[in-house]
Ligand binder design. Structure first.
Ligand SMILES: [Zn+2]
Length: 380
């Protein structure tokens, strides 16, 4: 059995060990050591990475109590090796993981909810709870959690005897009986967990819940802790500052300004639609009656305006009515007809005029890359 150095001290960054077994499984060399500080994948957390001798540790997995290091280079059986973890990455995981314990502890003690899922990704940490809370309730738990961070509480881990364990109250996702590792955050949480954690809650810095959505019969939260929370704050501040500068509005007032802007855009859309409707009516009157086909170009028209024009003008057109907007060789079209099946012709029309689009037998919509003269010639 490999000695698990990460249980003794989560801060072990480097260690010496000996290779006790080797196996090649394409494309990796699965290597077992007599001792290791590399934490294997498990409990929603990815394995540690780093180097072992001259080899890169790509992954670490535990199977039947044995810890396999997935290496990109072959080592020799019995070889003494020096291992080095990518400790910045590991430490980030320790912060996220311990933060999750604190939040889960308060969800449990304050609202009687359980953590039913956890995933510690490269950029995102998700935490699933088995009930629904309002955003204000989530913020209440978040404030308590940050209070626990500021209190710099010790985080300890130990393997109690089965007798001790039977008398203990602790959170656990599984029914466990032997070899249970209990992680305790003084006065906040007691939980069965095998992962590495920080030794003191103060090391987490800050905990922030950034989103919450309904998930199965409860909620899925996205949270950040430590440096991730700071990076998230930096990104969001940069975003708010950008909006603030673009709208010439103080940072604290960007929300009402954006809402006002959106309302203005909606009002302008109505004005534009009304203007287009009037132009469409006028253009239809100007077109008058036609026996054959008609091609009309109305610059700066919306598609809705073009459809309104087609509906108004078509009763007076004997053949096919082609309504265009846009610039030369970059036209949008609405083609309508009372008697011709346009759906049957649309492929042919598009092929002849470099177009794309489709629709119903009475009306098709799309775009042309042909010139106005070419379009007029085609529908002559
Ligand atoms: Zn844990």
């Amino acid at each position: 059995m490999t000695e698990k150095l990460y249980y003794e001290n989560a801060y072990t960054k480097e260690f010496d060990a000996r290779v006790i077994s080797l196996e090649y499984r394409e494309p990796y060399f699965l290597t077992v050591l007599d001792r290791t500080a590399f934490f294997p994948e498990g409990g929603g957390q990815r394995a540690d990475t780093g180097t072992l001798g001259g080899a890169r540790v790509i992954d670490v997995r535990e199977r039947n109590g044995e810890i396999y290091h997935y290496l990109d280079t072959e080592l020799a059986l019995g070889q003494k090796v020096h291992g080095e973890l990518d400790f910045a990455v590991r430490y980030d995981k320790m912060q996220q993981h311990t933060a999750e314990h604190i939040l889960s502890g308060f969800f449990n003690s304050v609202f009687g909810l359980s953590n039913v899922g956890f995933h510690l990704g490269e950029s995102e940490v998700t935490l699933d709870i088995d009930g629904f809370l309002t955003w204000e309730q989530l913020l209440h738990v978040e404030r308590l959690a940050n209070g626990a961070v500021r209190s710099c509480l010790p985080v300890t881990a130990r393997f109690p005897t089965p007798e001790e364990l039977s008398g203990m109250s602790y959170r656990s996702k599984l029914e466990l009986s032997s070899g249970v590792r209990i992680v305790e955050i003084s006065g906040v949480d007691v939980c069965a967990c095998c992962a590495p954690h920080v030794g003191n809650t103060g090391e987490i810095g800050i905990i922030k819940i950034v989103s919450a959505e309904r998930w199965r019969s409860g909620m899925r939260l996205i949270m950040h802790a430590g440096a991730r929370a700071l990076s998230d704050y930096e990104r969001k501040l940069s975003s708010v500052s950008g909006i603030s500068a673009a709208l010439s509005t103080p940072r604290d007032e960007v929300l009402p300004s954006v809402i006002k802007l959106k309302e203005d855009v909606e009002a302008l859309k109505h004005v534009t639609a009304e203007k287009d409707r009037r132009i469409a009516e006028l253009a239809a009157k100007m077109l008058g009656s036609r026996e054959g086909n008609a091609v009309c170009h109305i610059p700066d028209m919306t598609m809705d305006g073009l459809i309104a024009f087609s509906n108004a003008a078509l009763p007076s057109v004997g053949g096919i009515l082609v309504a265009l907007t846009g610039e030369d060789k970059c036209y949008k079209y609405v083609i309508s007809s009372k008697g011709t099946d346009l759906k049957a012709l649309v492929k042919e029309i598009n092929a002849a005029l470099g177009g794309r689009g489709g629709g119903r037998s009475e009306m098709i919509q799309g775009s042309f890359t042909a010139s106005l003269d070419e379009i007029k010639d085609y529908f002559k």
